[in-house]
Design a protein around this ligand. Structure first.
Ligand code: 5AD
Ligand code: SF4
Length: 469
């Protein structure tokens, strides 16, 4: 059932709280606490949604477990940006069918971007009948009600909305880290880049009110959070459509005033909307980190046009210049796609030219994946896998030496590092510099959550080695 929703969901949180209490009551009567396992695919937006799902499940009396085979409630929060993310979900679901035979009481739930596609829902209904609950990106707050409906009806529950109703504030959330947290500032995307499925599965752009965002961050700061990551598909258009007269630059300045917050990060910026006001705000706000993720996707103007990115290679490089002039030490990272329909080796040369001129501190590189329903899926001249791979490798050969060289330059300097966790080598801890570079150094887990001085002694392609000062 696809339910178009128009009515705002006033009081929805209280309603869901009611379901949470009822389910907690049911779970209290069981011999042991039921266990849950959440598998999150995709981006930070999904990771943050999973923190909310985790919070709700705990409130309903479930406890987390590390092995999905042991779980009574398995939840996949899915991604559909590229095909391989979807294939993984289908593969895992096959495996879960066997696990469910061993434990017939196991409940399997699916949510996230992939579920917003009607073809996926059809496939699940036909081929994956062992799935119990399916919902989408607009109604994650309804998890308690959907579990209750499934308990009462003991039949599969599908609840996918085509659009959002209201932004439901104040869901219980379990943060993965005590000292850093993600905060949604907006949802959805209006850009319709021609290769991208996101606008179809996450809906139109809508901003949260600044008051709600600021009070959430104040509460996080009071709870020991030092670093916030402001999340949105396109943060640079924050504020459009709100009654308040505010833009992203204004929001950053307000967050910068919050006591207790020491670092502010944000993701993702679209180059076409990045204003000089934002560059000034970044340069002037002492807590805003010296890093910007600024996807450019392709260097050829023809490809950019067909991608509907609405900037040229020259405009992108001009923007990089303006950012570096205002903040000479800033790290710039990016996303790049190769193999877009019709892309030639000469087009990829243009992409490599941008890489060499912009000198990125890091790049996420992707081979184009055809997404049904997007304009690019209808475009002619699909690039063969072989050509795409060859171009992809050429691109990596351009990206990696620059990343390595920029990291190498940091050797000998001392940076403030927010310690994140223990490394795979238990004698080492890991953390991030202000410009988001990963650093490993000798230290104990008591340092986790502290911001410490670390002198860089060595560099690898993707991380630095240092010594605690
Ligand atoms: N194929 C490959 N990469 C894609 N991205 C988005 N859609 C696709 C696609 N169809 C990449 C873009 C975007 C990042 C999150 O994922 O580079 O910035
Ligand atoms: Fe997709 Fe483009 Fe929106 Fe990013 S800005 S989510 S690439 S449509």
């Amino acid at each position: 059932m696809r339910t178009p929703v128009t009515a705002p969901s006033q009081g929805e949180l209280e309603r869901q709280n009611g379901f949470m209490e009822k389910i907690a009551e049911i779970n209290r009567k069981k011999d042991r606490k039921p266990r849950f396992f959440i598998n999150t695919f995709g981006c930070q937006m999904n990771a943050h949604d999973s923190e909310k799902l985790d919070g709700m499940l705990r409130k309903m009396g479930y406890e987390p477990c590390a092995d999905e085979k042991e779980a009574d409630f398995v939840l996949y929060n899915t991604c559909c940006v590229r095909e391989n993310a979807e294939n993984k979900v289908y593969g895992n679901l096959g495996f879960l069918k066997h696990a469910k035979k061993e434990n017939p009481d196991m409940k399997i739930a699916l949510c996230g971007c992939m579920m917003q596609q009607p073809t996926v829902i059809e496939t699940i209904r036909k081929k994956y009948r062992h799935v119990d609950i399916v919902f989408g990106t607009f109604n994650i707050y309804k998890l308690p009600e959907l579990i209750m409906t499934n308990i009462e009806s003991s039949s599969p529950v599908f609840d996918i909305w085509d659009n959002y109703a209201d932004i439901v504030e104040d869901l219980p959330t379990v943060r993965k880290f005590k000292y850093k947290a993600s905060v949604n500032i907006m949802f959805g995307c209006n850009n319709f880049c021609s290769y991208c499925i996101v606008p179809y599965v996450r809906g139109r752009e809508r901003s949260r009110r600044p008051g709600d965002i600021l009070s959430e961050i104040r509460a996080l700061a009071a709870d020991g959070v030092k670093e916030v990551m402001l999340l949105g598909q396109n943060v640079n258009s924050y504020g459009r459509g709100l009654d308040e007269d505010i833009d992203f630059a204004g929001l950053l300045r307000m967050v910068n005033e919050i006591d207790g917050i020491e670092r502010i990060r944000f993701m993702t910026s679209h180059p076409k909307d990045l204003s000089d006001r934002l560059i000034s705000a970044m340069a002037e706000c002492d807590k805003v980190c010296g890093h910007i993720h600024l996807p450019f996707q392709a260097g050829s103007n023809e490809i950019l046009k067909r991608m509907n990115r609405r900037y040229t290679k020259e405009q992108y490089l001009g923007l990089v210049d303006r950012i570096r002039t205002a903040m000479p030490d800033i790290a710039i990272t990016t996303d790049i796609i190769v193999g877009f329909p019709g892309e030639t080796a000469a087009d990829v040369d243009e992409t490599i030219d941008v890489v060499k001129k912009a000198r990125f501190n890091g790049a996420f590189t992707f081979i184009y994946s055809k997404r049904t329903g997007t304009p690019a899926a209808e475009m002619p001249n699909m690039v063969s896998e072989q050509d795409a791979k060859a171009n992809f490798n050429r691109l990596l050969d351009a990206v990696n030496p620059i990343v390595e060289e920029l990291n190498q330059k940091k050797v000998g300097n001392t940076y403030k590092v927010l310690v994140d966790g223990v490394s795979s080598d238990p004698a080492l801890v890991t953390g991030r510099t202000d410009d988001n570079t990963l650093v490993h150094f000798k230290g104990c887990r008591e340092l986790i959550g502290d911001i410490v001085d670390v002198k860089i002694t060595d560099s690898k392609i993707f991380y630095l080695i240092g010594e605690l000062q």
